[in-house]
Design a protein around this ligand. Structure first.
Ligand SMILES: [Zn+2]
Length: 191
């Protein structure tokens, strides 16, 4: 799985023109059909989408190209999950957050628990990204909880991307920067 931008036309262009790098070797990816279609839950309803599949022209490994609108193995859009994490950062509990997002309490509790367990890692990684993007960025101000600190670091790094590179929503940025693994179990090194 390779996280790509949210603009399908642009992803297709990069793929066809050989501008997408293989994540496992120095080669480039070319088009290789489509992955199975899936139903995901966006902010305003169910979305059926069929991710592109790509194959490296050097090593032959295939990759599913997942839009940064989503996270790995999560059915809900990252912007919906991100709004829940922002609620958590301001001290809200899982019930009011679930009510606001229209998602089951058990689902939302799962997101919050997983993110809380990964918050320090997320804070460190996104703070590192922030300072890589903007070496003179002021330090991230502590917000009083690991989750709030992580959400702050994500927002600051996303804002630096917008200034330095291109417009992107903070949670789509977080999806892409974490390789879709914002809520995934720890993988050892990196995400
Ligand atoms: Zn390769």
């Amino acid at each position: 799985m390779l996280m790509v931008g949210t603009d399908q036309v642009e992803v297709e262009r990069l793929l066809v023109s050989g501008e997408l790098s293989c994540p496992v070797c120095p080669g480039v990816l070319g088009p290789w059909g489509y992955a199975r279609s899936r139903c995901s839950r966006g902010p305003v309803g169910t979305v059926r989408h069929q991710p592109r599949r790509a194959r490296c022209t050097s090593c032959g490994v295939t990759h599913v190209l997942l839009s940064a609108l989503w996270l790995l193995r999560r059915a809900d859009a990252v912007v919906v999950i991100g709004a829940a994490l922002e609620g958590q950062a301001t001290g809200k509990g899982h019930r009011p957050i679930a009510m606001a997002s229209g998602r089951p309490v058990s689902t939302v509790r799962g997101w919050l628990r997983r993110f809380a367990a990964r918050a320090e890692h997320a804070r460190v990684e996104f703070t590192r990204l922030l300072h890589a993007l903007d070496p003179v960025a002021p330090a991230v101000t502590p917000r009083g909880s690991p989750v709030a600190d992580a959400v702050e670091a994500i927002g600051r790094a996303a804002a630096a991307v917008v200034v330095r590179l291109s417009p992107v929503g903070p949670w789509e940025f977080a999806s892409r920067a974490s390789a879709g693994r914002l809520l995934a179990p720890p993988a050892g090194v990196g995400w």
